[in-house]
Design a binder for this molecule. Sequence first.
Ligand code: SF4
Length: 309
Amino acid sequence: MEVIRARVLGYCMGVRRAVEMTARVSGGGAPAPVPDLRLASREGPCAGKIYTLGPLIHNPQVLAKLKSRGVEVLDETRLPGDLRGAVVIVRAHGVSPVLEAEVSLRGGRVVDATCPKVKASQNLARSLGRAGYRLFLGGEKQHGEIIGIRAYAGDCIVVASPEEAAEAAADLYRETAGKRPAVIKTALLGQTTLSPGEYRAIGEAIRPFFPDLRVEDTICEATRDRQEALMELCGQVDALIVAGGRASANTRRLLSMAQALGKPAWLVESAGDIPREIAACSVVGLSAGASTPDDVIDEIEGALLAMDR
Ligand code: SF4
């Protein structure tokens, strides 16, 4: 069997940064340079309890490793009353500013591992909201990134699909018709992991109601790069393995893209999940979501190659 890796796969910058920041705080060392050197002094190993606000990333192996180092996951809806002496790490998806303030009020030290790109979306949402824009936010309502950005925006309308966008835009149009100012300012921001096509379709669904809609480019190229690499790979292989956590939205999206292109494809969390029938394929493609660590990808590739022997 030949295994071809996607040109781009695995950890994106934001996830790698969050994992490395957490490793430093929990005394696990950092294999790569710190992207933001100003943070280094605040990230030294912590003697007290270490928490992440929700799961740091959607990957079971990484979460298990962090747990073994004593890093606990806090339920964002039920913070402990006393966090004195504890470090609380904000994950790459970011959280609402209210939650961060709550942690500080209870005595916790916040280490902000929010991806700089998500931070940029949060800041944009806040400044557009302050400038009087009605915001549409494209993405999954329950996703941590959307919950966080929404809190920065104040009032905004979350839409998960072009159909929902058209419906919400029609409602807003009816609600504002005849009111002053006659033309309301609208803007669209998207979850960083949306596909460019989906995001465009959401914008097109709103535009008939609000032709001056301001569309911000918030889609992260890390997602785009992995999706484009996967599409290229699909043309060269008989079947495809997407390595990553089942809870990872961008990993599941890679899987559904491969399936939509007509390729037999499986989402595999670890080597033990590889389906037996793939042994019949001559050329297998290997892709991985943005929260999949290098060692898991290597292990899965090794197991695929070992199926030949
Ligand atoms: S996918 Fe992009 S926005 Fe999301 S964490 Fe990774 S680098 Fe940041």
